[in-house]
Design a protein around this ligand. Structure first.
Ligand SMILES: [Zn+2]
Length: 178
């Protein structure tokens, strides 16, 4: 399903995509597109922020940690809280992983190259349908305390009110929408 990527590509200026692709440890990116009734949220981060390292899990312990991370990222309600009266339902979650796992996950890209052999990014996309999207005036993001290695979360918002950017740091979990 490439609808969200297509949508982000359609709605998001190239500069946002470039910003999202910057790999800097301690920094992660949240892209939100609200186009009623659809709400799309993309979360991308260097793997080091989420897992502590960026190589492919090898040991049994690393594989278990990797499985836990993927389960954590799929559990959207524990990372992103939408206003109840917005009446949103999570329609799907897509994880874009830097390497193939034995869990049947898709390998969307290889980040290993000669210049950055040890770096890898992960992206999670959450697609919601909201019956009352005008009620989405703010989000609560437990994903920040969930991943304390994220020092700064760069946020890009595209809503019917326009395009905005903001930055959240640890301790700030409320994201106001224009
Ligand atoms: Zn890295």
């Amino acid at each position: 399903m490439r609808t969200l990527i297509l949508l982000l590509f359609t709605l998001t200026p190239l500069t946002l995509l470039q910003a999202a692709s910057t790999h800097q440890h301690g920094v992660a990116q949240l892209d939100l597109v609200l186009e009623p009734p659809m709400l799309a949220i993309g979360f991308s981060s260097p793997l080091a922020n989420l897992n502590g390292y960026e190589h492919q899990p090898v040991s049994a312990e690393e594989r278990q940690a990797w499985s836990r991370l993927l389960a954590q990222l799929k559990n959207a309600d524990a990372l992103i809280q939408l206003p109840a009266h917005a009446d949103c339902s999570l329609s799907r979650v897509d994880l874009h992983l830097p390497f193939t796992t034995d869990k049947g996950e898709h390998d969307h890209r290889h980040t290993t190259d000669a210049h950055h052999p040890q770096h890898a990014d992960l992206m999670a996309e959450y697609l919601y349908l909201c019956a009352n999207s005008t009620a989405i005036t703010q989000l609560v993001l437990p994903l920040l305390p969930a991943f304390p290695a994220i020092e700064r979360l760069n946020v890009q918002l595209i809503t019917p009110a326009g395009q905005h950017s903001s930055t959240l740091t640890q301790g700030q979990t409320e994201l106001q929408l224009p």
